[in-house]
Every structure is written in structure tokens, then in C-alpha cells.
Design a protein around this ligand. Sequence first.
Ligand SMILES: *[C@@H]1O[C@H](CO)[C@@H](O)[C@H](O)[C@H]1NC(C)=O
Ligand SMILES: *[C@@H]1O[C@H](CO)[C@@H](O)[C@H](O)[C@H]1NC(C)=O
Ligand SMILES: *[C@@H]1O[C@H](CO)[C@@H](O)[C@H](O)[C@H]1NC(C)=O
Ligand SMILES: *[C@@H]1O[C@H](CO)[C@@H](O)[C@H](O)[C@H]1NC(C)=O
Length: 388
Amino acid sequence: MQMNTPRVVALLWLLWIAHTYADDRVLRADIHHPHNTPLKDVAVVVTVDHEQSLNTITDHFIGHSLGFPNYGVHLAPYVESEKLINIARALSPMWVRMAGNFVSGTPYKVTRGALWDKMNLFFKTVGWDQIHVLDDHVHHHDGSWSPDKARALLQYSAAKNYPFAGFELGNEYDIASQHSNKTLTPQQLAKGVQTLRDLLGEFHQYNSSFIMGPDTAFVNPHFFKGFLSAGGSTVVRAATFHQYYFPGPQGKLSYFTNITIFEKLSRRIDLAMEQAHAVNPHLPVWLSETGSASDHGSAGLSDRFVAGFLWLDKLGMCAKKGIQSLIRFVFYANNDYYGLINKELNPNPDFWLTVLYKRIVRGAVFNVTGRHDVRVYAACSNTNKLVL
Ligand SMILES: *[C@@H]1O[C@H](CO)[C@@H](O)[C@H](O)[C@H]1NC(C)=O
Ligand SMILES: *[C@@H]1O[C@H](CO)[C@@H](O)[C@H](O)[C@H]1NC(C)=O
Ligand SMILES: *[C@@H]1O[C@H](CO)[C@@H](O)[C@H](O)[C@H]1NC(C)=O
Ligand SMILES: *[C@@H]1O[C@H](CO)[C@@H](O)[C@H](O)[C@H]1NC(C)=O
């Protein structure tokens, strides 16, 4: 990258940064703190180390999830609408993670027939690449996974040439016992993904599709590292985990600007990196399901302007800490509070941030040091400028 005199474009959310001066490695930013009355300028010096890149932002850095059948079914009546198609295209190219019911993944009964055909036509039209969470529904007594129903899905989809970029097997098995009577050990899940790899080999269309896992709700050595060291790491393209900052119903306005809350993600990523890289130092790590507030979001908060602080901080932190892709939950939530678009199919503020980020940020990511309570991240733009 050529950047003797860094030129700066700022991705502004609240107009905190009035202007920046650049002199080689030190950027001085004058910050207006909006809660101070009268407005007081606070000078903050941040140092951007642009000698070394910490990560590479691709056009697939951000993805999103579509719950299926639930949210997907609710979206289905609109998939031919020009408005929805335009909104969806604005995010392309993008992963769409078809995540189904808790634990089981997407039920097989909805992955064949008219509804399935309609969703696949929509994905093709808007340029979304599907990552499919397979229903792990059929387990034998010994915990081994039976691929028969998945084979039927793949046969149906292969006959119609529906592409699958990747697959996951089941969802959040580390906390499955809280939600269902189905439990699986990390070793059993690692065997399951190997069986899935063998199954994909039966189809030339899906032979090069990737598998991700273990898709845990948390990152604990027993399950996350246990899965990877039991053979999972040789099958998956990326080690995957999930993260939300707090349960939606408990969400408060102050949580969305509280640095202590922001930092929860930092620890989770560090744990995932440590455990994954202890098994294989080169294994990519993905944050495969994430948002601000879990459990349907926080009413009037996680779908509003203020949600942008946590979302932008998450994008910056994931980029800086080497996460290869992150997948936002969820694209559309008809009665919930964390969608990128709302019930009326109008974009929420996080949608615009996502579109801006995707359009502007591309390539190298730089280390920024400065004040902990002033969140500044730096990366390259698609026109080879520096984005703060
Ligand atoms: C677990 O199994 C018991 C006994 O079969 C049943 O009563 C209970 O509802 C099940 N719990 C869940 C969460 O499925
Ligand atoms: C799948 O890929 C493997 C390894 O490249 C190859 O040996 C095998 O023939 C492929 N199978 C199909 C069905 O294309
Ligand atoms: C931020 O959150 C932490 C942890 O919940 C809490 O202890 C602290 O008081 C909060 N700070 C503000 C300014 O609300
Ligand atoms: C960023 O720079 C700081 C200060 O030099 C250093 O402590 C930290 O390890 C660096 N972070 C990364 C990810 O390199």
C-alpha cells in the first residue's frame, strides 16, 4: 500500500470528530463531546500504525443471518418486491446464513418445494451466498449423525443447481441442554462434521462447499477447543462462535454507549483466537452469529440509532483482532428488535452503517492506540485512503 501522506476519510456516526490532521503516523483528532454543555473541545491524540496490517477486509467481511423457517417464512411474501430486492442488493455480495430452530438448524421439511425454490431465486437475484445450517435432527443413540435427510435436501437442491457456499451442522451445542433434551459431546459433533464432509463429496456441486463449526454460544475450552482438537479443525474452514452483549429484555439505553459493555466482545474474541490457534495457528476464526442484544433484541433500542455504537465498535474490533467474517443476526425480524430492516421492510440505522462500511472499507487494517474511551479504528478504503 502506498500511503506516504495518509489521506483520511472518516466514517462518522455521531459528529464527534470535527476534523483530523495527519502527519505521518500520528493523527490528531479534535473531539466534541456531545453530552457536555456547553460543548467543550477535547483534544485526543491517536496513533495509527500503518506500517503493518493486522487483517484483510474482504467484500464478504460482513454477513447476515436469516432465521428459517421463522423469519424466512415471514419474508417470503415480499421476495418479489422491488423495494426488498433493491435493499438486499445494496448489501451484496454477502453471506446469508440460513439458521433455523434453536439447536436443530433448518428443518428439512422446508428445504424442498415451492418456498425453498422462492428463497433460492431471491438469493440468486440479489447476489447473496448461502451458508446453510443443517438440521442435525437424526442422531443415533451413540451420538453419530445420520446424513440421510441432508442427502435428500442436497439431491433436491443439486437437481435445481442451487448453490451452497457453506454448511454448519446444528447450532450452539454448548448450551443445548438448557433448551432441549438433545445433547452432544464436542467429539460427537466433530465426527458429525466429518460425516457431512463425506456426504458433500457425493455431489460435484457441493464438493468444494466449506463447513464451519462448532458454532458455540460461548467460548469454553471443553466445547470450542474440544471440538477443534477432536478432529473438527481439519474439517472446518473456520472456527466459529457467537456473541451478544446482553439479553435483549434487560437492555438499557446506557448499555449502548458503555465501554465496559463494548469490551465484553474483546475478551470473547481473545478466548476464541487463543483456543483455535492452540490447535491450528492458521485456522481462520469467524464470529458466525452476533448482534447487540440477544433474545429478540431490546425494544426501541437495538433497532434504533443508538445501536450503531455497538455495531460500529464490533466491526472495528473484529477487523482489528483478526476475525475473518462476522455474521449479523438478523436481516429481517418481523416482530423483533434487531433486524437490519424493520417489519415494514424499511432500513434500520444499522443497515446504513453496514452498507457504508461495505462500500468504503476494504483491505488492510491498522492498529490504533490512544484513549480507551475514544473508540477509533483504522483501515484502508477501497480507494486506498485511510478510513477512521
Ligand atoms: C425433555 O424430556 C422430558 C421427558 O421426555 C419432557 O417432559 C420435557 O418437556 C423435555 N424438555 C424439552 C425442553 O424438550
Ligand atoms: C471431490 O473432491 C475430491 C478432492 O479434490 C475429489 O477426489 C473427488 O473426486 C471429488 N468428488 C466429486 C464428486 O467431484
Ligand atoms: C457500565 O457498565 C458496567 C458493567 O455493567 C457498570 O458497572 C458501570 O457502572 C456502567 N457505567 C456507566 C457509565 O453506566
Ligand atoms: C497495538 O499497539 C499497541 C501499542 O503499541 C500494542 O500494545 C498492541 O499489542 C498492538 N496490537 C496489535 C493487535 O498488534
